[in-house]
Design a protein around this ligand. Structure first.
Ligand code: GDP
Length: 320
C-alpha cells in the first residue's frame, strides 16, 4: 500500500544506489542459500539481481549451505558475484538424515503411494530432507550464529525493483520478524495431519500463542481447520531469533517427533507460516509489496505505476 511505501522510505536510508552506506549502520544480517553445486548458474543469476538491486550498496554477507561439499568452481564463481563476505557450510549429517524414531519402510511406502497419486515431489527423499532442514536446521548452522536477520535466496529467483533502503535495518527498526512477497494455498495432500499436530502442540503449550496472532489468516473456522494459506518461503527476510525462540524450537521438535516430514511431505512454507501466524504478533509480519519478486511459476509485481517507475521495476503486473 502507499502507506507502507511511505513508511519504508522514511527511515533515513536515502543513500542513492551506487554509493556505500556507512558500515556502522549495518546490522548483523546475511543472505542464505541452501543450494546444490549443479544449480550454480541459476544461483548466480539470482545473486546478480540482488547485487544490482540492493547489495552493491550494502555488501551484506552470503552464507551457502549444502549437504555435499561445494566444488571449487562453485566457490570461486559465487565469490566473483558477491560484493560482501562469502561463507560455505557443510550440513552436519544429523541435520540431513532420518531421525532414529522414523520407520523408514513406512516412509518408503508413503513415497510410493504419493507417486501413484501424482503428488508433486511426493516420491522424493531429498525434497523431504530439504523441507525438514529449512524448517528446523538452517538457523542452527554454526555459520548462522553471528546473525540476527537473513534473506533466503533460491536459485533462479528474481528481484524486479531497486531497493533503495536497507531492508534488514528496516525490519529491525520496525520490529518486524517475518516477511513475505507471495502467499499461496498449500496442496492439502502433502499435509493431512499437520494442523491436528499443531493443535495438539498449542493445547499442550498455550503460553506460546500470541494474543494478537494471525490465526484468522490461516483458518476460516477459528482454528478448527487449516485453510492452507502460507507465505511462499523461497523468499524470506526474517529474524533468526524467532526460529531460535523457545516457542519455535518446541514446535519444530513436536512436528519432527510426529514424523510428518517423512510420513507425509510437510513443507517448510506451511510450517514457517503457521508458526509465524500463531506465535508472532501480526504486526511483526510484513508483506513486501515494493520489491517485485519472481520464483517459477509466480511473481509479485508492484501494482502502483508510480512505484514501478521510481524503482525501475522490470515487470508487468498484468502478466507473468
Ligand atoms: P521448489 O522451489 O519447492 O521447487 O524446491 P527446490 O527443488 O527449488 O528446492 C528449494 C531450495 O532447496 C533450493 O534453494 C534448492 O537449491 C535447495 N535444495 C533442494 N534440494 C536440495 C538438496 O538435495 N541439496 C541441497 N544442497 N539443496 C537442495
Amino acid at each position: 500500500t502507499p502507506a507502507q511505501l511511505k513508511d519504508t522510505s522514511s527511515h533515513g536510508d536515502q543513500t542513492p544506489l551506487g554509493s556505500d552506506v556507512h558500515l556502522d549502520e549495518k546490522i548483523k544480517a546475511c543472505f542464505v542459500a541452501l543450494v546444490r553445486n549443479e544449480e550454480l548458474s541459476s544461483l548466480v543469476d539470482a545473486m546478480r539481481q540482488i547485487e544490482d538491486r540492493f547489495n552493491r550498496k550494502y555488501h551484506y554477507d552470503y552464507v551457502f549451505l549444502n549437504d555435499k561439499e561445494f566444488t571449487e568452481e562453485f566457490k570461486e564463481t559465487v565469490q566473483a558475484f558477491a560484493s560482501g563476505p562469502v561463507k560455505f557450510g557443510l550440513i552436519p549429517t544429523d541435520h540431513w538424515s532420518y531421525p532414529s524414531w522414523i520407520d523408514q519402510d513406512k516412509a518408503a511406502q508413503v513415497r510410493k503411494d504419493m507417486k501413484a497419486q501424482g503428488i508433486i515431489y511426493g516420491d522424493s527423499v531429498s525434497y523431504r530432507h530439504m523441507c525438514r532442514y529449512e524448517s528446523g536446521f538452517f538457523w542452527r548452522h554454526q555459520l548462522m550464529d553471528e546473525y540476527e536477520y537473513y534473506w533466503r535466496i533460491d536459485p533462479g529467483t528474481k528481484v524486479y525493483c531497486d531497493i533503495d533502503y536497507d531492508i534488514f535495518k528496516w525490519m529491525k527498526d520496525n520490529d518486524k520478524k517475518y516477511s513475505f512477497t507471495i502467499s499461496l494455498p498449500e496442496y492439502h495432500a502433502t499435509i493431512p495431519t499437520l494442523w491436528d499436530t499443531t493443535k495438539q502442540f498449542v493445547k499442550e503449550n498455550p503460553q506460546f500463542l500470541n494474543d494478537n496472532n494471525l490465526l484468522e489468516w490461516i483458518s476460516d473456522d477459528k482454528g478448527e481447520t487449516y485453510n492452507g494459506c502460507h507465505f511462499w518461503s523461497n523468499f524470506e527476510v526474517a529474524s533468526l531469533d524467532f526460529w531460535r525462540s523457545d516457542a519455535y524450537r518446541k514446535y519444530f521438535d513436536h512436528l519432527d517427533q510426529a514424523g510428518g516430514f517423512f510420513y507425509e511431505r510437510w513443507g517448510d512454507a506451511p510450517v514457517h507460516s503457521i508458526a509465524a501466524a500463531l506465535f508472532l504478533d501480526k504486526e511483526q509480519i510484513h508483506f513486501f509489496d515494493d520489491l517485485g519478486y519472481y520464483h517459477i511459476p509466480f511473481h509479485n509485481c508492484p501494482f502502483d505505476k508510480k512505484v514501478r517507475l521510481e524503482r525501475k521495476c522490470a515487470c508487468d503486473p498484468t502478466s507473468i
